[in-house]
Design a protein. Structure first.
Length: 193
């Protein structure tokens, strides 16, 4: 029998909520102002708005996914806390990478780093899901339903890989488009549930 101390999830959830709120705030503060109060000046910033939209939806989706998971989890341990800290470390790069992509929409490196951030977040979520299942055995069935690992990890990973292949073939913006497709797919899937 394990003597590992378990903790409740409330403080972790509050921390997570605060970090997501900060990331969303930084995202909107990073949006450039139009050079003039005209529609043409606003249209000139369309790549910034597109990158912001994707990143905002990613934040909302990750927050929702985290909320759904922790609705079924009763206890966590130090490993889960550190996985969440690692998740937030990687995820907190979103505002920086959003600006990088917005300023260089047709460059492979910014797009690749943006997509790689998403992939690493998915991998951390997968590891966290497996760890949560181990320590919450009594609630395993509900947790497995909430995780939906195929929908949450495998399908997005396949879409990201497709985006990378298209980007390597000469269309770097394919990575951002694949990120958007993944997020919209996830939102539609959660609304059906």
């Amino acid at each position: 029998m394990s003597t590992e101390p378990f903790m409740e999830t409330s403080r972790l959830e509050a921390f997570y909520d605060a970090i997501i709120a900060i990331i969303v705030t930084v995202l909107v503060l990073e949006l450039p102002q139009p050079a003039a109060p005209t529609l043409a000046a606003i249209w000139a910033l369309r790549t910034s708005y597109f990158a912001y939209l994707i990143s905002f939806l990613v934040c909302a989706n990750l927050w929702q996914y985290h909320h759904i998971i922790y609705n079924h989890v009763e206890k966590i341990n130090t490993r889960i806390i550190w996985l969440n800290i690692l998740l937030m470390l990687i995820f907190s790069l979103i505002p920086y990478l959003t600006t990088f992509v917005a300023n260089n929409p047709n460059s492979f490196i910014p797009q690749a780093l943006y997509g790689l951030d998403f992939i690493i977040v998915d991998i951390i979520l997968y590891i966290m899901a497996k760890s949560l299942l181990k320590i919450n055995e009594e609630n395993k069935d509900n947790i497995i339903d909430a995780f939906s690992i195929r929908d949450a990890l495998y399908i997005p990973l396949a879409i990201f890989i497709l985006g990378f292949i298209i980007a390597i073939l000469g269309y770097p913006i394919a990575i951002s488009i694949c990120c958007l497709i993944t997020i919209l797919r996830s939102i539609v899937s959660s609304l059906r549930a």
